[in-house]
Design a protein around this ligand. Structure first.
Ligand SMILES: [Zn+2]
Length: 321
């Protein structure tokens, strides 16, 4: 894959390319931004570029690029969490490799979801970052840069990966997933600028799930707590499952607010369900909708940080207007 095949992110990409052209490559980069916007893909393309000797790298054709395409390049090492954490063993392995100089090109360590490093791993990485050694480049990606220690953040060059414009997500869905323009537009509008999320939503069961949640919101009644608890009982037990449902809830309230304020169906995330959104907007005041969005967001961040799932959901349901 080449730089021009990436979707969006003109700014960080042009920074990466110009630092390469000017031979001002930083020792460590932090790619931060929401999930599913292309941080890892860009890191992988940049790693290939740093090891490709051709003009306008990566060329996708030389021996180095071909090895990288087969995940078989000795200079490109990806580190991921084992279970929930990136542990010290993974960082020790990096340090052991660094005892040897890389051959040609740059040795690139890509730490995916770097915020998953536990304290011991982060400390070990910090020592490594404090003693830059030529020939090694660190690419840290994260959707939660606030969870990384300041000492590590301060040693990286930061590149922000903003949510993608709706048009870019839609173009991806048409070009890579073969979606019809209309379906691509609906998903892109609901994706919040994340290709990853659009792909998650491109499932039959997602549409059913979403429609069920929106129907519930349209008929929800704060006095009927039992019905609410039964509703939350269907949220599942896995963190990702629950988060997906909470995000739908949040978008439903947001759409309700947008519809209340503007009366425009065009600006809704769930434009294809405008009738139900209208019912939600009719049931709740602007103030209630804002209050509910805040309550759902608080639950999302608590569950993302591993709070007790059922307690968090119950506390949220009691608060909702
Ligand atoms: Zn190449």
């Amino acid at each position: 894959m080449r730089f021009k095949e990436l979707y969006g992110h003109e700014k960080p990409i042009s920074i990466l390319r110009s630092t390469m052209a000017g031979d001002r490559i930083a020792h460590a980069y932090l790619f931060y931004g929401m999930e599913g916007v292309g941080k890892r893909t860009t890191a992988s393309v940049f790693a290939r570029a740093l090891n490709c000797g051709e003009e306008d790298p990566p060329c996708d054709a030389c021996a180095s690029c071909r090895k990288a395409a087969h995940n078989n390049h000795p200079n490109i090492i990806t580190i991921q969490a084992e279970g929930q954490f990136i542990k010290i063993g993974a960082i020790k392995e990096i340090q052991a490799r660094m005892a040897f100089r890389p051959g040609e090109g740059k040795r690139v360590f890509i730490l995916e979801e770097a915020d998953r490093m536990n304290a011991a791993a982060a400390n070990a990485l910090l020592k490594t970052l404090e003693e830059p050694s030529a020939g090694n480049v660190f690419l840290l990606t994260t959707a939660r840069s606030h969870a990384l220690p300041m000492t590590i953040l301060s040693r990286c060059q930061h590149l922000r990966f903003a949510p993608l414009p709706r048009g870019e997500v839609s173009r991806f869905l048409r070009e890579k997933e073969g979606l019809e323009a209309a379906a691509a537009e609906v998903l892109a509008a609901a994706s919040g600028g994340s290709i990853g999320r659009a792909l998650e939503m491109n499932r039959e069961d997602y549409i059913t799930l979403r429609n069920g949640i929106l129907e519930h919101l349209a008929q929800d009644d704060p006095a009927d707590l039992l019905k609410r608890l039964a509703f939350a009982g269907r949220f599942g037990t896995e963190r990702e499952e629950i988060l997906e449902r909470l995000r739908i809830l949040r978008s439903g309230y947001r759409d309700g607010l947008v519809f209340r304020e503007t009366g425009e169906k065009e600006s809704l995330m769930f434009r294809d369900r405008a009738g139900v959104i209208e019912a939600i907007a009719g049931r709740l005041s602007g103030r209630d909708l804002l209050h509910n969005i805040a309550a759902v967001e608080a639950a999302i961040s608590a569950i993302a940080q591993n709070a007790n799932k059922s307690l968090t959901l119950e506390a949220m349901l009691i608060k909702l207007a």
